[in-house]
Design a protein around this ligand. Sequence first.
Ligand code: FES
Ligand SMILES: [Fe+2]
Length: 398
Amino acid sequence: MQQRPAEIVDLKKDYVEGHALPRAFYTSREVYDHDIAAYWNQSWLWAGHVSQIPEPGDYFLFDYGPESIIVVRDRDGEIRAHLNVCRHRGSRVCVEQSGSARSFVCPYHAWTFDLSGQLRAGRAMGPDFDPGEYGLFPAQLRVFQGLIFVCASDSPPPIDAGLAKLAPLAEPFGLDNLKIAAKRTYPVPANWKLALENYMECYHCAPSHKEYARSHTLKAPEQMDRLMAPLQERSREIGLPVEEMDQTGPNAPAPGADVYYRRYPLYPGYETGSRDGHALAPTLGALTGLDGGATDIQVGPLNNFLVYADHLLGYRFIPRGLQETDIELVWMVRGDAEEGRDYSVEDLTWLWHVTSLDDERIIRHNQSGVNSHHFRPGPLADMEWGITGFYQGYLAMI
Ligand code: FES
Ligand SMILES: [Fe+2]
């Protein structure tokens, strides 16, 4: 359990339910450090996809705040996650963002760790030194249909029951057979919570996202309701279950164990999230066509996926500093799709590129207003219900 700084205890008292968080949650260095230690390090984080490390020795790093996690396929083909901190004097053991390795040799004094994290040799450490005591600290790992989640804590939020419920709903998308088609980072000078909160509500979509609002009904709940029944009929036809699942906020079995699944309609004329409404890539998994819907999947409070019938977007908001966040988007298509023949990166990324530029702008302005000493948290709208759910888990965990 993390020690709670006195300031956090006081701040929690200032929070009024149904309102935004008090200013210091977005401006205080102490809160930020505590966020990493008590929230990010205790949360499930989407690190990547199995297709990034097909062969033994393949690895990539997943970094946030001051932390770094090595995700690697070991000699036996098992995926493992290690904290990227040398057990000698703390250097990063692995400094390349991705690659293939036979072992990890610390660049400082050359302690050598095998792919499973064991220390093979500590150079010139004398006869009494037991390398068995100094393996890399493990991170927790779950591979859900090809999506790799890690958690730096020994006691991660109990997500397994939620994932088991999600499994049959997500199955038809064939998530384990995807490949990354594009990845883009939009750095925003704002606290990570403002970036995440912006993603959790579509109250801003109508005024802020011209292109997105043309195709997606999320910004207009009454239109979404009206188009839901016809969508569900089409979804069934292409082989998608139409159930919803909401284990977030007050419905989560434990703080941090949120899982969410809901498919909602695009406007007539849009088969997928594209500029002209037409398909962007081959249909995913076992689907037999495009139903004109989009699925929101959330695993833990920090990991969001938007799944169309022909591609998937992974969304995450990675803290790099108190008011430095990377909005990171990963576009994925079916594993056998070929660029140029089956999809074009420019067309595939168009919608969420322009939408993310809008988001970067509004989040940046949000932070600069919140930095003012005149900021007083105002009431949230009904359409911002997701934010209240996030606060509930967040405040419980910090
Ligand atoms: S810090 Fe890694 S070997 Fe010394
Ligand atoms: Fe947005």
